[in-house]
Design a protein around this ligand. Sequence first.
Ligand code: MV4
Length: 501
Amino acid sequence: MIRKVLVANRGEIAVRIMRSCREMGIRTVAVYSDADRKAMHVIYADEAYHIGASPSSESYLNMDKILEVAQKSKADAIHPGYGFLSENAVFSERCQQVGIKFIGPQPYAISQMGDKITARKTMIAAGVPVVPGTESAIASEEEALKTVAKIGLPVMVKASAGGGGKGMRLVKNEKDITSSVRAARSEAKSAFGDDAVYIEKYIESPHHIEFQILADQHGNVIHLFERECSVQRRHQKIIEETPSPILTPQIRDEMGKAAVAAARAVNYEGAGTIEFIVDSQLNYYFLEMNTRLQVEHPITERVVGVDLVKEQINIASGKVLTLKQEDLQQNGHAIECRVYAEDATNNFMPAPGKVTHITIPYGVGVRVDGYIYEGFEIPIYYDPLIAKLIVWGRNREDAIERTIRALQEFKITGVKNSLNFLENIMTAPDFVKGNYTTHFIDENIEHLLSHDACVGDCEDMVVIAALLEYLYRIRKASPKEMTTLKNNWKDYSRIRSVLKL
Ligand code: MV4
């Protein structure tokens, strides 16, 4: 029985996890760093403990300190959220050693999936399709050349200890094979302390589609369908949606079964995600398994009708899954927009600072998972994600319309943010069509940056005052013209540039 949970995280995910705990009558314990003294998760929790200085290495990654707080506060379990210690097999193990439940998989499953070559081997043995390539680590440069001769160029050289886009190298020319293997190896050695690399055929214009799975301690494994995550930039996801606009019912069913087989192959326990890349012919290949709750989990919750955190907690308590595969279905369409404190017009530079005003959208079909409030200072130390906007519609078209409406209602000032950039994505023809790949952002960057791609750098009132000033002084505008101009975003941004705002 879990009565008290320590949430070893911060930001929107910490608050989101505590919300489910509260619904279940479970007490919550927050931990926080110097920079987070006034953070929302600290305010929300039943108890909160300071664990160190602002850098993650001295706070949210400090296992000794977190375990000490867990014992002191008599927590039965630790929820790691995402990032930080969530995919750390050592931490999972250490929780067990001190008799505290780790709300997540066993150390074995984490390390098995964390090592990408082992994961590949395990998937091959389980009959899950993987990208054509090497079965084990590349032993020599000759072996690399032989592999490429067999599968053909282009290929990707990947670090076994990498993942999430870290430690990968694309090779297009034969003359670059040996140098790329050598470079990837030394990079992997210094970044991860492990120089094992493997080779895969490069899939040219893939979709990134992942399947949510749940597995209990009694051998029951189900999938909760997919999330299409192809709108990303430098391995940072920006928009996710479900269902994927490109899957057919048959491929979806096959991929779901493959995802369940993948989880079974490592005796998985808890919530997890099987990441696939899918080519233009809808061939799908296992890429990685994420052994944690993911940022984008709410779209699955909305469309399938589950609370994944509650499921995680019930699984950790040893309960049998009550959800049955045959009862699950995808109901309507959900889209998540990640709102970042960053400046899209300045190479997506993080833009921490004090939030002077925030208006959160409400209304039919809208959920916002966030953690900032007026006056909160977004720290420089952590991920610049401010909020997630999750919108549901009966179908994709309705969900897009509603997302645009909600983005327009959403206002954040004081820090630059991606609200306008997200709106530009929603209106991009390639997004609306639905057949976009992982190259979407790069291919559409001009459109995405052409209309005001960043907001929040000045107060609304200042902008309105400047607008009136401009209309009155420079345009000698009539009242009707003023209204028209005010409603026209393009002119609005020109006014700002004329007045050097
Ligand atoms: C690939 C690939 C193409 N071919 N592997 C990037 C993150 C990591 N999970 C694996 N990644 C990729 N592996 C082969 N054989 C293209 C990517 C990739 C990618 C994958 C998913 C989502 C976005 C991506 C962006 C660039 C590259």
